[in-house]
Design a protein around this ligand. Structure first.
Ligand SMILES: C[S@@+](CC[C@H](N)C(=O)[O-])C[C@H]1O[C@@H](n2cnc3c(N)ncnc32)[C@H](O)[C@@H]1O
Length: 298
């Protein structure tokens, strides 16, 4: 890994790294901790070309804001802040936001993006697996967006992270978490119009290798700059099962922001999980699926 100039992140010095390192056999890199090596400074600097804030804003509309307001949420913990897109959006919509991420490079960029728009982001560097050690307080909503949960490579890490999200919530709080439609990629191959999340049209984002344990995506930017992310291909029903098993009671899963969809169609699924416990909840059937949600047409 090459180092370059140093950058200040809230009093801490972080080395600017320009190259990713996947070793001799990149498809064998299947480790939760590797995400920090992947978000090198030069990739983070280009991330906003990939997600294009204006187009993303347009395509997701006020979906998250509406869902949060419907539930009276005010205090939001963004656990996968990245470059700050949702943190900034929610601050501008009047929410009280704390912005966490395990990557200091991402948080530094988010802070800079917030400053440019006149906001001082409250940032905390925290890995999800130890979230409550570093982030205190109770939140009405935890958001984990932009296909972030996919970075966890083993089930223990996923269960621990979800348990930490659950613990950070007030008794009736919600978790909003999204993921790529990996079922479709695994079962039918990749096809994406980049309509929703990755909206920058100058950047290509495509899987280079996919098996049940790895989705390795290749991102090519103008000028021939190439980066990769190694991710775990979460199947939708598996994610839903884990969320229920850590204690979330009601669970709605949307496909590209729509309540009704064929499972193979959406690029992304968005899960909204409720912590509120109701002993005799009629919406919670024997399979544990909330009848209010999961309105797939298949
Ligand atoms: C794909 S980016 C998405 C960023 C942002 N939410 C967006 O939509 O643009 C995933 C983010 O999750 C963070 N992340 C991945 N694994 C993590 C972990 N175990 N703990 C904390 N943050 C993690 C990464 O640092 C990165 O900022």
């Amino acid at each position: 890994m090459r180092s370059g100039t140093a950058k200040i992140n809230e009093g801490r010095l972080i080395q600017a790294r320009t190259q990713q390192s996947f070793g001799d056999d990149p498809v064998e890199v299947r480790e939760t901790d590797h995400y920090k090596e992947e978000y090198v400074t030069s990739f983070v600097e280009r991330w906003d070309e990939l997600i294009d804030w204006d187009k993303r804003w347009e395509s997701e509309g006020d979906f998250f804001i509406r869902k949060l307001k419907e539930r009276g949420a005010k205090r939001i913990l963004d656990v996968a802040t990245g470059t700050g897109f949702h943190s900034v959006r929610l601050i501008e919509a009047g929410f009280d936001v704390v912005s966490a991420d395990g990557s200091p490079e991402m948080l530094a960029k988010a802070f800079e993006n917030g400053r440019k728009r006149g906001h001082i982001l409250r940032t905390v560097q925290a890995d999800w697996r130890w979230l409550n050690r570093d982030v205190h307080g109770e939140y009405d909503a935890v958001i984990c967006l932009g296909n972030s949960f996919t970075h966890l490579f083993n089930e223990r890490d996923r269960r621990k992270a979800l348990a930490e999200f659950y613990a950070a919530l007030d008794h009736d709080g919600i978790l909003i978490m999204d993921q790529r439609n990996y079922d479709s990629i695994l079962d039918h191959g990749f096809s994406s119009e980049h309509k929703y999340y990755y909206c920058g049209d100058q950047v290509s984002a495509e899987p280079e290798h996919v098996d049940e344990g790895l989705a390795r995506f290749r991102y090519e930017f103008p000028g021939g700059h190439v980066y990769h992310l190694n991710m775990f291909p979460l199947r939708k029903d598996y994610t839903r099962r884990l969320m229920r098993e850590v204690g979330f009671q009601r669970l709605d899963t949307y496909g590209d922001f729509q309540a009704s969809y064929r499972d193979s169609e959406p690029d992304f699924f968005i899960h909204i999980a409720e912590k509120l416990y109701k002993p005799d909840d009629e919406g919670y059937d024997k399979d544990g699926q909330g009848s209010a949600g999961y309105r797939s047409k298949d």
